[in-house]
Design a protein around this ligand. Structure first.
Ligand SMILES: O=C(O)CCC(=O)C(=O)O
Ligand SMILES: [Fe+2]
Length: 221
């Protein structure tokens, strides 16, 4: 499932992240993927500002109802600020299945980019997700986020002007299977939208289906 979520971060949070990025040192993005031959960006590596940035973005995502409903998050990797200057890109790649985080290993089911720069302020730099012989391209406004399956091949197109600043993170979902996750999201949405129009006894039966699918499909702790 591919979802753009608007206004994950309020303008003040975007401004704080932009200020953190402006004041901090960025390093070659290869620090976290030393063997990558396609990663050509920069990332924030100074512990204190990186921690503050991660906290702002993680809190906003986990507090966002739409994100919660779509992702069924069990754990998220500390969001990382990444920067692309003219000439930088991140060539076509899949995201690793397992990642180490301070709170343990995480299986990456969903990937997320939170956009922090005004799309008019840079050229290029779209996130392009390959879908067979088709594609989806995302270049969101500041504070918006795109959530997409980590199993896709995707790339960040070369930036040719300005600076692309984003926060990126990876999410382990309580529902590992993408088809099951999307089915339950749809069912929950329809139940939330139409439940009040149903006879109460039918709504209870529908809820039993929602809850029992959740029991069957979620990872056991
Ligand atoms: O910068 C982005 O939007 C995505 C970067 C990416 O694909 C990654 O870090 O794995
Ligand atoms: Fe990626």
């Amino acid at each position: 499932m591919f979802r753009m979520i608007e206004d994950v971060l309020p303008p003040e949070a975007v401004a704080e992240l932009v200020a953190i990025a402006a004041a901090a040192q960025f390093v070659d993005g290869k620090v976290s993927n030393p063997h990558s031959r396609v990663k050509n960006n920069q990332q924030l590596h100074e512990p204190q500002p990186a921690e503050r940035a991660a906290q702002i973005v993680a809190r906003a995502l986990l507090g966002n109802r739409e994100f919660f409903d779509i992702a069924f998050p069990k754990a998220i990797a500390p969001p990382l600020l990444a920067r692309y200057e003219p000439g930088m890109n991140y060539g076509l790649h899949p995201d690793a299945a397992m990642m180490q985080t301070p709170s343990g290993a995480l299986r990456s089911d969903l990937s997320c980019t939170v956009f922090l720069a005004d799309p008019a302020s840079y050229d290029g730099g779209a996130l392009r997700v390959q879908l067979g012989s088709g594609e989806m391209r995302f270049k969101g406004k500041p504070g918006s986020a795109v959530v997409y399956p980590s199993m896709t091949l995707h790339e960040v197109e070369p930036v040719t002007r300005g600076q692309r600043l984003v926060a990126i993170t990876f999410i382990q979902s309580r529902i590992a299977d993408p088809v099951e996750r999307d089915l339950l999201y749809e069912l929950n949405e329809v139940a939330a939208l139409e439940g009040n129009n149903m006879a109460p006894e039918n709504f209870s039966r529908l809820q039993a289906v929602q809850f029992n699918l959740m029991r069957r499909w979620t990872d056991h702790p």
